[in-house]
Design a binder for this molecule. Structure first.
Ligand SMILES: [Zn+2]
Length: 363
């Protein structure tokens, strides 16, 4: 854990950002200047739904279904969070969110088994709506693939992918116990190769830039990411938030750089999840920024809708999904349909077929 780095970040961030980042179970509300959410008329598929938070509290999969219904979301990729924040009782501070203090985070593998057991309790009508994902592995561990393999073979018929797991993530990475994951880690290559072999969809969080970037020419992690994606052309990777975040902001050339990566790697996709990232795609009136509109129209087959909610309540969820529908309505119908649901269906339907076949062949 790098305590100095955490304190430095806290010192340079505006207090308002720290304050607004403390919400856990509900998405941030849009500034008052945003237009009211669009009505939700069309079905969608959410590629980014966390059922648990950083202290492994949250909702069960049976509770996810009515929340999806509240926003006409037909399908969702569902997963916990790989990390649990340690509560050092000698300090007297019981953490509720990873930004509250600098106690360590550690990998909590039980999260995947709990998710699988919850999935098995669903009705046969509910199960096809969810794509559970494996997250409880340490991406610096050469044996991470053993955990993924064990989950697939112990719970056949359940999982569709791995993630969201993080390599470089603002504020979080420096708090993870042990060695920080990095983009060139051979263990990460191992994981991505195994995903290609089994057909698992990978939902990867890796910031494109450092919070305070020392590189004026290009985002800090862009080159290494580009090489990582190029090394794994057969792995279906959804790059969460296209590398943006609460503090990692899009440079003016961001959409051009992402388009370059998509052009080079045919199995690479991005999601536009997280309310703080959605805010970077829209102006203060809720209108899509011209560079994003052009990017989404040209790359609509490579972009997925997602919310990145963490154990939400139904009203919060429907409100956030409504804001995304406001974005979809500014795109031509065919492009909007791809992003809203079409890409999700083709990626996950194909993944399910491959994984079930792998499970049969290896059981
Ligand atoms: Zn997430």
């Amino acid at each position: 854990m790098d305590r100095m780095r955490f304190l430095l970040i806290c010192a340079v961030l505006p207090l308002s950002l720290i304050a607004c980042s403390q919400k856990v179970t509900e998405p941030e509300r849009a500034p008052a200047t945003f237009k009211a959410p669009a009505t939700i008329a069309e079905p969608a598929a959410d590629v980014h739904f966390h059922t648990k938070n950083f202290v492994q509290e949250g909702i069960r999969l049976s509770e996810v279904i009515p929340i999806l219904d509240s926003a006409k979301v037909k399908r969702a990729a569902v997963f916990g969070i790989p990390l649990q924040q340690n509560w050092d009782m000698s300090t007297g501070v019981k953490p509720g969110y990873y930004l509250h203090d600098d106690q360590e985070l550690y990998y909590y593998s039980a999260v995947d088994a709990f998710l699988a057991l919850e999935f098995q309790e669903l009705s046969e009508a509910q199960k096809p709506r969810l794509d559970p994902m494996i997250v409880g592995f340490n991406p610096t561990d050469g044996r991470a693939t053993d955990h993924i393999r064990n989950m697939l073979l112990r719970f056949p018929g359940v999982f569709s992918g791995i993630g969201e797991f993080s390599i470089e993530k603002e504020v979080v990475s420096s708090k993870v116990a042990g060695r920080n994951a990095n983009i060139n880690d051979p263990a990460l290559d191992n994981i991505l190769r195994f995903a290609a072999e089994t057909g698992l969809v990978v939902l990867l969080h890796c910031d494109v830039d450092a919070i305070i970037s020392g590189n004026e020419n290009q985002p800090t992690y862009f080159q290494e990411l580009s090489e990582l994606f190029a090394r794994h052309p057969e792995t279906t990777i959804v790059w969460a938030h296209s590398g943006l975040g609460r503090f990692v902001k899009a440079r003016p050339e961001h959409t051009k750089l992402v388009a370059q990566l998509l052009k080079k790697s045919r199995n690479l996709f991005i999601d536009i999840s997280w309310d703080v990232v959605l805010n970077q795609l829209l102006d203060g009136e809720g209108v899509l920024l011209p560079e994003w509109k052009e990017f989404l129209m040209e790359n609509s087959q490579r972009v997925l809708f997602g919310t990145d909610v963490v154990a939400p309540k139904s009203a919060d969820y429907a409100q956030l999904v409504g804001r995304y529908h406001g974005l979809f309505q500014q795109l031509p119908e065919a492009a909007a349909e791809n992003i809203r649901i079409g890409n999700y269906q083709s990626i996950f339907d194909s993944a399910r077929r491959k994984i079930r076949a792998w499970e049969m062949a290896n059981s």
